[in-house]
Design a protein around this ligand. Structure first.
Ligand SMILES: [Zn+2]
Length: 65
């Protein structure tokens, strides 16, 4: 499970999300930035910034398939 905290990109924001796929994190984060922070256009550099801040959720127990 991967995790992204918006506060690492927008200081003071407490929104965060978790997903199995990094691409899903980026999709949700981009949607959040549009709706919550008024970013009408998500620039390529913004996606890179989101990707750079996605990390493995430390507290989630991973099940080995
Ligand atoms: Zn935010």
């Amino acid at each position: 499970m991967k995790q992204f905290e918006c506060g690492s990109l927008v200081p003071g924001c407490t929104w965060h999300t978790e997903a199995e796929e990094g691409a899903e994190i980026v999709r949700r984060a981009a949607e959040h930035l549009r709706t919550a922070h008024g970013e009408s256009v998500i620039r390529p550099g913004m996606v890179e910034q989101i990707k750079a801040r996605v990390h493995e959720a430390a507290e989630s127990r991973r099940q080995q398939a």
